[in-house]
Design a protein around this ligand. Structure first.
Ligand SMILES: Nc1ncnc2c1ncn2[C@@H]1O[C@H](COP(=O)(O)OP(=O)(O)OP(=O)(O)O)[C@@H](O)[C@H]1O
Ligand SMILES: [Mg+2]
Length: 252
């Protein structure tokens, strides 16, 4: 479904992705995990926004040119961004996306209403996006990414801003989408979510893959961890960082 090979990306002289390779198989839920600033969003943006990159190859749905409209129609994208179009309400944004994508009006409007109710923002549909909370905006972004029924869903931080009930609902939603044959690539810092939803994960740190694609169960065995949280600490080698905190606290 997705094959990334030796991709390098920098902003000015700041190297953000240093030879990243990974592949996502059709039908799986794949988690890209790693610390803040490790390059997860940048990598997804290369896929979502067709950002230029210095070298390497990216194949999505067997195509290297993913600006191709036929490919774009098969991909759903949910960004981790709080940008809002100021003058639009939640409902207007979704209807605008429906119209730009050329989706059937009556049928899609009916679905939009159902999604809004499912995500518990039906009562807020006529409010301006600029007045939405972070979680409300995330819900609208998830709905927007699903309206055209993509084959491949890319979600940057699906749980950011969501309350525990909504996180459970999104977990169930992603599993349901998977059961319908949809492939999902996500990033998350919420490792319990990753452990319960992802088939395979990989870890990135400072723009380099430090743990290649692995089944969650295999990683737990290999790192002698009972939860992904522990495995993450082992793989990202967070121990030293924690020691630094201890040192600071001595003089607190
Ligand atoms: N447009 C940009 N211009 C300059 N530097 C950027 C830009 N976008 C990202 N970066 C830098 O690239 C690095 C990776 O950022 P990125 O947002 O990809 O990290 P991330 O893994 O998604 O982090 P987080 O977990 O906090 O979301 C950071 O050092 C960031 O400052
Ligand atoms: Mg990010």
């Amino acid at each position: 479904m997705l094959s990334i090979h030796n991709v390098h990306k920098s902003f000015g002289d700041h190297n953000v992705l240093n030879g990243v390779s990974l592949s996502v198989k059709k039908g799986e839920i794949f988690g890209l995990l790693g610390p803040n600033g490790s390059g997860k969003t940048t990598l997804l943006n290369l896929l979502m926004e067709d950002l230029p990159y210095e070298s390497g190859t990216i194949m999505m749905l067997d195509e290297s040119d993913h600006s191709n409209l036929t490919i774009k129609e098969k991909i759903g994208m949910v960004p981790d961004s709080d940008e809002r179009i100021e003058d639009l309400t939640g409902l207007e944004l979704l209807q605008f996306i429906r119209s730009v994508r050329g989706l059937p009006k009556q049928e899609t409007n009916r679905q939009i209403n159902e999604w809004l109710k499912l995500f518990d923002i039906w009562e807020d549909r006529h409010r301006l996006l600029q007045h939405y909370s972070h979680g409300m905006m995330k819900k609208i972004q998830i709905i927007a990414g699903l309206l055209h029924k993509p084959e491949f869903l890319i979600i940057d931080e699906p749980t950011n801003g969501l309350d525990p009930d909504m996180i459970n609902m999104v977990r169930h939603l992603l599993k349901t989408l998977q059961s319908r044959g949809i492939t999902i690539l996500l990033t998350t810092h919420y490792l319990h979510f990753a452990e319960t939803v992802c088939d395979r994960v990989c870890f990135i740190r400072q723009g380099e893959i430090i743990q290649h694609e692995t089944k969650v169960g295999d990683l737990l065995k290999r790192t002698h961890a009972s939860h992904l949280n522990e495995a993450y600490t082992v793989v990202t080698d967070f121990g030293e960082e924690r020691m630094k905190i201890d040192a600071i606290m001595e003089d607190w």
